[in-house]
Design a protein around this ligand. Sequence first.
Ligand SMILES: [Zn+2]
Length: 88
Amino acid sequence: MAKRKREGEGRVFREKWERDYFFVEVKSMPTCLICKKNVSVLKEYNLKRHYESQHSKSYDQYTAQSRDTLLQELKRALRASEALESQG
Ligand SMILES: [Zn+2]
């Protein structure tokens, strides 16, 4: 077995994925802002595949500024629901 000397590499959440795929990192899990599903493997390919198979038809229409606006709204909604959860 070949040993891989690339630990940690490629396993860092990139901010651009928020905008590209509507994913954010929640408790170190990449979480889809649209359907709130977690993707267990933090790799761009997995996030991209999820977005493209589940959401791209509805969300590809959002480009440039409307995409940023939508992203901010989704993030705000997520934070609001987290706040509710932590209050029990
Ligand atoms: Zn999703």
